[in-house]
Design a protein around this ligand. Structure first.
Ligand code: GTR
Length: 421
């Protein structure tokens, strides 16, 4: 009873309910109340010098990466980790003969106690060196497909409704649970491979989860700029890319980093740091992703840090009540993808992610793409729903809720056809 009262008091004080549920009503959804804010200029460096050339941008880019590491995501450890790629299964006629399906375990040679990253890879049959969409998944590889022979992940799983996990272990009920978000056959038919792995292989998604993941052996937990879980997930995407570079079935120069929501934040941070990613797609990545932090709308930096204290670096929390002091804002993260193609997407039923803030994040990359003679988004006018816009940088605001729908994939496939192939 006391515990219940305590939880209720905490919930009322912080607007936070358990399981990451948030009393969204206490947050601003009124455009007229957003107020004014001054964004840092990606083309003015820390000493106030204007950046005018690609060579100067190359140096500014490093500075921005450092600022994001020191203040937002934490520093990604630089040391090379020895990996062993072990193919554990190959089905040369998966999904009704559409694909070759492989399971690959990425093992950490020097840390045998760490869980491996278990990659599920589909390659379109009959295609040589396929471009690939690489994205982590929320609930284990068995969630993205109904194929009965795919082993259930044995890792820690978030509790979910309908017995999809019991005592934080996946059950058969989770099989295919997020199949709709991963239209694998549709993607394969367009000539692309799909690579995915459970984000919990890198770090289970709860505050103490780091003890069971890569951050237990890499980094320095005493530092205010130590990497957070998003950093760990992003790092994992680069390790999967390390594997993909060794697989002749894959065109490793055409690996697209993709992610939804918190995994979209990770996909952006991965694509910003690792320019081997040919393009980046952030689906409804929201606060700490594509949305401008200084815009007071929907989720806030403070809310993010209270609900998910393990996602970012400790120093990020010091900006909870003073976001205007952040030396960066999220349009500069997006600009780090330049000159590579970037897609930012929102949903009108997902105001928590601040669609307009995501749009503006994408729009304000314009001067950086211009340095490369490229048109980024090409407009600062927020488009109507279901009206994809842009050139090297693209954006849409889909009707519907916070999710990944076929509509989103149709745009991503067109974007990849036009810009990545
Ligand atoms: C929400 C969080 C968002 C977003 C989302 C998700 O609870 O507030 O920032 O990351 O979770 O990952 O689905």
């Amino acid at each position: 009873m006391t515990r219940l009262l305590f939880c209720l008091a905490v919930a009322l004080l912080t607007g936070h309910f358990t399981n990451g549920q948030v009393a969204e009503s206490v947050y601003n959804y009124d455009e007229t109340k957003v107020g004014t804010y001054k964004l840092p200029n990606p083309l003015i460096n820390a000493s106030g010098k204007a950046i005018k050339t690609r060579a100067e941008w190359a140096t500014r880019r490093i500075e921005l990466l450092q600022l994001f590491a020191e203040n937002v995501y934490g520093k990604t450890p630089k040391q090379t980790v020895r990996l062993r790629f072990q193919t554990t299964s190959v089905d040369s006629s998966a999904l009704n003969g559409l694909a070759i399906r492989k399971l690959i375990s990425i093992k950490f040679v020097d840390y045998p106690k760490l869980p491996s990253i278990d990659v599920l890879l589909y390659v379109p049959k009959g295609r040589k060196a396929a471009p690939v969409f690489l994205g982590l998944n929320f609930c284990g590889n068995h969630c993205v497909t109904t194929e009965a022979d795919l082993p259930l992940s044995t890792r820690w799983m978030m509790s979910g409704t309908g017995d999809v996990s019991v005592n934080n272990k996946a059950t058969e009920k989770a099989r295919g649970m997020q199949e709709r978000r991963w239209p694998i056959s549709m993607i394969l038919k367009r000539g692309y491979a799909v690579a995915t792995a459970y984000y919990g292989d890198l770090e289970p998604d709860y505050p103490e989860g780091w003890h069971a993941g890569i951050r237990s052996v890499l980094g320095d937990t005493t530092r205010a700029d130590n990497w957070g879980a998003i950093g760990a997930w992003a790092w994992g995407m680069s390790r999967i890319l390390d594997y993909l570079q060794t697989d002749p079935a894959i065109d490793a120069k055409r690996v697209i980093s993709i992610g939804h929501s918190r995994i979209g934040k990770a996909a952006l941070w991965a694509g910003a740091q690792d320019d081997r990613f040919a393009a980046v797609i952030a689906n409804e990545s929201g606060e700490g992703g594509a949305a401008l932090s200084r815009r007071w709308y929907g989720e806030t930096v403070e809310r993010l840090n209270i609900s998910f204290p393990h996602w970012f670096c400790e120093r990020y929390k010091t900006y909870n009540k003073r976001v205007d002091d952040l030396p960066v804002d999220q349009h500069e993260l997006l600009a780090l993808v330049a000159p590579r193609p970037l897609y930012v997407a929102s949903a009108d039923g997902d105001q928590w992610s601040d669609p307009k803030g995501e749009f503006l994040g994408a729009a304000y990359t314009t001067p950086v793409y211009a340095l490369y003679g490229k048109v980024g988004l090409g407009t600062t006018t927020f488009p109507a729903v279901n009206q994809p816009i842009g050139q090297t940088v693209r954006y849409h605001d889909r009707t519907g809720k916070h999710d990944v729908m076929n509509y989103d994939w149709e745009q991503y496939l067109r974007f990849a056809d036009e810009l990545v192939r």
